[in-house]
Design a protein around this ligand. Structure first.
Ligand SMILES: NC(=O)C1=CN([C@@H]2O[C@H](COP(=O)(O)OP(=O)(O)OC[C@H]3O[C@@H](n4cnc5c(N)ncnc54)[C@H](O)[C@@H]3O)[C@@H](O)[C@H]2O)C=CC1
Ligand SMILES: O=C1[C@H](O)[C@H](O)[C@@H](O)[C@H](O)[C@H]1O
Length: 346
């Protein structure tokens, strides 16, 4: 029996995920959609030739008996309400980041999920399903480089629009490194600091860009993360972990080499959709298979969403203070014990 998805938010990534579920993945169908833009929701059902109901809102969709899993791809501020409604109804949830826009909202979700007594929620931290990061984690977990000591990474976008704000660099962009880096080295964050290099002339007046974010973990690992959202040349994600006995580095994404007009080189991807396409497919197939075969999701949990929110909030404080800000997290509840993805790399 295929897992019936109800989609809340049929915008850009909602449509991407609907296409991957219906055209590439196995074990699931889209059975219902809703969007505040009802015309948009109806149009995507027609475009994809889906046998799916168009509901007036998330409440009606969640109450649809054919909906067994809710895909939340609405705007961030709407996530908490929909996730809580889905948990209350005992429905599985795949929610794109952020889990909620405040750490208090994440706590409400964590509490509600534990009261339900079973894991229902997976957060869309797709980098944990990227083959390059998984290879890095396998090497680190197998002590191939010895104890990790330092991390250097870069999150570069070619450019961003005028609605992109300085805090989004932490809350919307670096959230991916925030989730990935502590998972990669298996150590919790202790503090965060933000410094501002010389501003790019390509950054709009209101935006501080680039930014350098420095994390320290509880065991003393120092992580430097560059966020540069107007780099011009492409969508460029870099990461290396330096250990006592070696270095492990995120592989460059394969792309065709060329020789032309006396120049040789390789093309650089220009967007996150292409850079992480396989990871998106893998995270959803894992969500579908885990529910169909084991009865609950195994991927990044509500607790991971909570960690990202608390850390992001400290990062935004650090953007203003330019001081070292402490990241205070309670111990991970037993309910959110390490899943297969967290314990093993492949
Ligand atoms: N994992 C990743 O790499 C990425 C994640 N995202 C996340 O996905 C989410 C959606 O982003 P986009 O698709 O770019 O936005 P979008 O603006 O293209 O689509 C959002 C859709 O949700 C609808 N919507 C908003 N509030 C709603 C509500 N309360 N009920 C029903 N529909 C509602 C809007 O009408 C819109 O059609 C965001 O949380 C974003 O952070 C976005 C891009 C990449
Ligand atoms: O979630 C995303 C995308 O996945 C990109 O990695 C980021 O650069 C973007 O800012 C954010 O919306």
């Amino acid at each position: 029996m295929n897992l019936g998805f109800g989609v809340v938010g049929t915008g850009a990534i909602g449509q991407e995920h609907m296409k991957r579920i219906t055209r590439k993945l196995t074990g699931a169908d889209i059975v219902a959609v809703t969007d505040v833009n009802q015309e948009l929701a109806g149009n995507i059902v027609k475009e994809l030739n889906l046998n799916a109901s168009v509901h007036k809102d998330d409440t009606e969709l969640i109450n649809d008996p054919n909906v067994k899993a809710v895909l939340v791809t609405s705007w961030g501020p709407a996530h908490e309400g929909t996730v809580l409604k889905a948990i209350e109804a005992g429905k599985f949830v795949f929610v794109e980041k952020p889990l909620a826009t405040t750490s208090e909202g994440c706590e409400r979700i964590v509490t509600a999920e534990q009261e339900q007594g079973k894991r229902l929620v997976q957060v869309g931290f797709m980098r944990r399903y990227d083959s390059g990061y998984l290879q890095m984690k396998e090497a680190i977990d197998n002590n191939f480089i010895g104890e990790p000591l330092m991390v250097r990474c870069s999150h570069r976008n070619p450019e961003v629009g005028e609605r992109y704000t300085t805090d989004m660099a932490i809350l919307d962009t670096l959230i991916h490194e925030i989730d990935t880096l502590h998972w990669l080295v298996g150590d919790d964050y202790k503090s965060i600091q933000v410094t501002y290099p010389k501003k790019s002339s390509r950054a709009l007046e209101h935006l501080k860009d680039p930014q350098i974010v420095t994390f320290e973990t509880k065991s003393g690992i120092i992580m430097h993360a560059e966020i540069f959202v107007n780099c011009q040349f492409g969508y460029d994600i870099q990461c290396e972990v330096i250990g006592e006995e070696g270095v492990v580095k995120l592989p460059e994404v394969p792309s065709v080499g060329y020789r032309k007009d006396g120049v040789r080189g390789y093309k650089i991807l220009q967007d996150w959709q292409h850079r992480f396409n396989d990871a998106f497919n893998n995270e959803f197939q894992d969500f579908i298979d885990s529910i169909n075969q084991k009865g609950e999701p195994q991927g990044p949990s509500s607790w991971d969403g909570y960690i990202a929110s608390v850390t992001g909030d400290a990062g935004v404080r650090a953007q203003t203070s330019e001081q070292v800000e402490v990241i205070e997290l309670p111990d991970r509840p037993d309910f959110y014990k390490k899943t297969k993805l967290e314990e093993s790399s492949l």
